[in-house]
Design a protein around this ligand. Sequence first.
Ligand code: ZN
Length: 395
Amino acid sequence: MRYIIVFITLSVLLFSAKVTNNFWQKGLDFETYLQKHNISKDVINLLDKDDAQLIDEISSKRRFYEMVASNGVLLQTLIPIGEELQLHLFRTPHGYKVEILPVSYQKDTYVALMSIDKSPYYDIIKKVKNKKLANEFTKVMKHSVNFRSVQRGDRLAIVYDQKMRLGQPIGIPDIKVAMIESQHKKHYVFKHTDGKYYDENGQELIKKYMGKPLRHIRITSPFTNRRWHPVLHRYKAHLGTDFGARRGTPILAAADGKVIFSGWMRGYGKVIKIKHDDGYVTLYAHQSRRKVKVGQTVKKGQIIGFVGSTGRSTGPHLHFGLYKNGRAINPMRMVKFSSKGLHGIGKRAFLRRKMRYTKIINKIFDENRPSYVWNTVQERQVSPKMKKYYKRIGW
Ligand SMILES: [Zn+2]
């Protein structure tokens, strides 16, 4: 809540200051933004390598907030970084500073249970008012049940985790288990600890995966939306997966696509970005040499460049990022690293998890409890005065 307090306090002190919000302009880099406001780029040069890489994550698809004094001087800026952090640029008596702040949210488990009137997708949007939940549900469930056979009066249940901020859902809902009963048969999907979805027999449901970006992979740093650094005493994020590899190791396109960026980024060094189907983009950073140009189409497995240590990096490695509609997601969710599927200990762990979640969702289904609709419950927690304030500043 710290950033809100900062904003409110300043709003009171400086009557003439104005908070505005806008989408980050496409192609605008943070250095140019600083120049525009006559701020020295030292504020970036002083950042450590992790924070410098986060600056490269500023995306044109996100809304950012500015507070400007009546004389035109920028007082502060908040720019979202990934799902759970934001970059805070602010003016102090000793010049401007940059820090990475957490976005406050609460995460709760919700249940949606409903009888279908029109289609699962339509009904989830109408009854739960969460389009991303409808998208996720359809995406995972379509492999388990034929939606055309779903009829009016069939029922569905979903147990999911949702991050909430100021009464609004943020990010993609995390479906733990979902079920649809159609023609007296129950169809389930379960999310396993590996982040992938399986049916009741332990078969993977999403078969269209991306390939590995290196022939041999060794993870040196995993993806994380936000973690607390106990020594530095602040929040950090790593919006990709790092793979250790020797300098010069060929980098492979994870899927068919078109090159949309091939150039230099301050934190990520020599970078290639590839756009794929369904709103996915992959990013390959710290390259020693790039091999493809913007506009070029590439095939899955094609060599697009070579491992290096350019940008803010401590040694040769590949930083591999995956984005869905402009948001960084964990690449491990979409890349197939082994063809073995579940077996042995992994399979037994899945079966235990499946049993637990089957019990939970069947109980919800049998009791026929009304669904937990987020917007009617959460709105009460935000006072009308605060709500007006959030509305005014565009939240
Ligand atoms: Zn990295």
